[in-house]
Ligand binder design. Structure first.
Ligand code: FMN
Length: 225
């Protein structure tokens, strides 16, 4: 096993090659949620690009329910509110990131006032696009549900009708050695997922879909180096 001190630059980006069942884009292979963030500032044009990616996300009735409260370390009051709203286990590593964003979503449709059943779904999707854009720019995103939404609501004067959903950290990944010891192992552990067979069905609930039996070159697992 590689020791922390032997980690190379490539290990920062991808600690272990993914155990994929089919070929996927490198941006997705490299995307992950690190805890070791460099203090390096994010270029303003890159920040704008992340937000633009979220802006072009699809949403139910094109409602675009997402709202983002964006704080770099220069926005010291808001940055402090966001770090203080995090649970201790998240705050420890997230406060080093150069950018924190509170993501909120609208609870009802603007036109009808009826409950917006897909609101959280649409917000999540916008952050997914933002995360892939981040991956393309060499940045990483780590979303956190572990924060006090009511505290954030009060201290940031969030109006009724909007729900704080996650805080996410954005920045350049750093060496795992910059983390407290107990987090270093998690940082370099291989990312894992359920198998496709566990959640893709066609003929019967719980039975792996026959579409997964395809033997195409696309399904040849990529090499593991
Ligand atoms: C809605 C949501 C909430 C999350 N909350 C936390 C959190 O509070 N703390 C944390 O360390 N990671 C959190 N994560 C990150 C997940 O643990 C992470 O995405 C998952 O383990 C998969 O790892 P990967 O993103 O590197 O593939 C959250 C992710 C999402 C999407």
């Amino acid at each position: 096993m590689t020791s922390q001190t032997e980690l190379h630059k490539t290990d920062i980006v991808a600690p272990a090659r993914l155990d994929t069942q089919a070929s996927i884009h490198e941006l997705l292979v490299n995307r992950r949620s690190p805890r070791a963030f460099s203090e390096q500032r994010i270029e303003p044009a890159k920040l704008l690009s992340l937000l633009e990616a979220a802006r072009w996300s699809p949403s139910s009735a094109n409602e675009q329910p997402w709202r983002f409260i964006v704080a770099t370390k220069d926005d010291s009051r808001v940055f402090s509110v966001l770090t203080e709203s995090l649970v201790e286990g998240n705050r420890r590593w997230a406060e080093r990131a150069p950018l924190l964003i509170l993501a909120l979503t609208q609870s009802t449709y603007t036109k009808t006032g009826t409950p917006y059943r897909h609101s959280w779904y649409d917000l999540g999707q916008s952050i997914a696009l933002l995360s892939v854009q981040a991956s393309a720019l060499g940045l990483a995103v780590h979303q956190m549900g572990g924060f006090d939404a009511e505290k954030a609501r009060q201290l940031l004067s969030i109006p009724e009708g909007f729900e704080p959903v996650v805080v996410f950290a954005v920045g350049y990944p750093d060496q795992p050695a910059t983390l407290p010891e107990h987090l270093q192992k998690r940082e370099v552990a291989p990312r894992s997922r359920k198998l496709l067979q566990d959640f893709v069905y066609t003929e019967e609930w719980g039975k792996p879909s026959s579409h997964l039996q395809t033997q195409s070159s696309l399904l040849t697992p990529p090499s593991t180096n």
